[in-house]
Write a protein that binds this ligand. Sequence first.
Ligand SMILES: [Zn+2]
Length: 258
Amino acid sequence: MARSKQTDGAEVWQVLRASAGQRNGEPAAAEEIAGLIEQLIVSAGLPEGVRLPSERDLAQLTSASRPTVSQAIRILVVKGLVESRRGSGAYVRRKPESSLAATVSLMLSLNQESVAHLNDLRLWLERDGIAQAIKQSTRAEVDAGEAALRKLAGSAGNTSAWISADTLFHASLVRASHNPYLASIYESVHETVINYEYRNWVDSGTVPHWLRPGEAAGLIALHEPILAAVRDRDDEAGRIAVLRHHHAMSEHLAASQA
Ligand SMILES: [Zn+2]
């Protein structure tokens, strides 16, 4: 599918005019327009990077006002189906999983006592993800895990760098399960727990004692066995390594709430 042919005024968007025309002159609500565009992205298989018509053209196609169209675009941005680039327009994005983390994080914000449940879910997802990765992982995925482990060791001493390196390490190994739903849900849950765990240290710009630069060896010792189990396809070692990491994470979570 040629990308440049899919932009403003292209045939494909004319479907919106037909769909909007079925409403007997009633102006469409933003949710409805968002739904039509979503349907079009799915049914026409529009790839990432395809430019949507301008808001003015979309308003004309759907007989809606510009503010309604703007709101529809924002709905699609939140859903991870559209990306808004300032001064350039809106483009197709196919990352609905990006809204998972926002949802999980909002659930936790509204019920902070539930963090232990979320941490349990994180364990269950990682345990099954690693068990599958032990069966399914490729050499390239193990190599990526090794690179992520080096990054993780190098981030000791910097809380924010640690959060992203730790997320990358765990998420890339669970992704080696080759189950995209498990991998995306796991990553959202992990990201939410770890951001919650370190929120006070991030806010104060400080580092908890277990993340100090001199602790890199201990951090490696906690993470390397998970990677080794995937590399060696050792189920039992994988279960133990994931559980040990979970216990350490639970202790750190408790320390963060003290
Ligand atoms: Zn970790």
